[in-house]
Ligand binder design. Sequence first.
Ligand code: AP5
Length: 210
Amino acid sequence: MKLVLLGAPGAGKGTQSAILAEKLGAPMISTGNILRAAVRNKTPVGLRAKEYMDKGELVPDEVIIGIMRERMAEPDCAGGYILDGMPRTIAQAEALEAGGVEVETALSIEISDEEIVSRMTGRRTCPECGATYHTVYEPPRKEGVCDKCGHKLAIRRDDEPETVLNRLKVYHAETEPLKDFYKKRGKLKTVGNRNGIAETTRIIFEALGI
Ligand code: AP5
């Protein structure tokens, strides 16, 4: 399956992509996680991306398209993948099509801006493996420690309230038009946000027929 997850920052794309990846046995490709690793490792891409990410702006399309081409050429992607956070602009979606990538479904997780702001304040992430938690909705077994790799959890720099508001603005201007892009191609499915990760997973599985 070649699946794209759409949705505002904090809609639950990362959380649900990880669950879907396990269920479908397909890799989850998160451009956000790839970029954060590049920033941590101070690679040329990371140094360039950091200035955009810290402000809640999008990283330029040509950087993202290069990253995606490289990642999707890896052997584990041969049977399909789940794209979390890409495409995020019409230009990125067109680049996927031009590269021969046939997206089967674009699934949009719908959530209000107010709900997002409250979610972001509780998010904790693992800087080492990218796993995501929430202090109330999905706490780790041991407070402040990643269940998966034992690393200390952190608050993402771009989860500062002011940056979140800018990310929302950018989402509505640049990314939301993708819903129309995929709707015109008969590939868009939308699911309403549910309070609770398990309930959201249930309606996503239902929408995808899995
Ligand atoms: P990225 O990492 O992709 O961030 P994002 O899209 O803003 O999405 P988030 O990771 O913030 O949220 P999410 O939807 O994955 O929600 P999550 O599952 O964590 O990108 C970061 C930056 O990188 C961008 O701003 C940009 O600069 C750059 N970038 C990345 N890709 C790019 C691209 N293609 N082009 C250009 N630039 C790019 O959930 C949020 C919280 O809520 C968690 O704590 C979770 O536990 C909790 N939660 C989830 N679901 C529920 C639920 N149903 N009920 C209650 N709590 C829930």
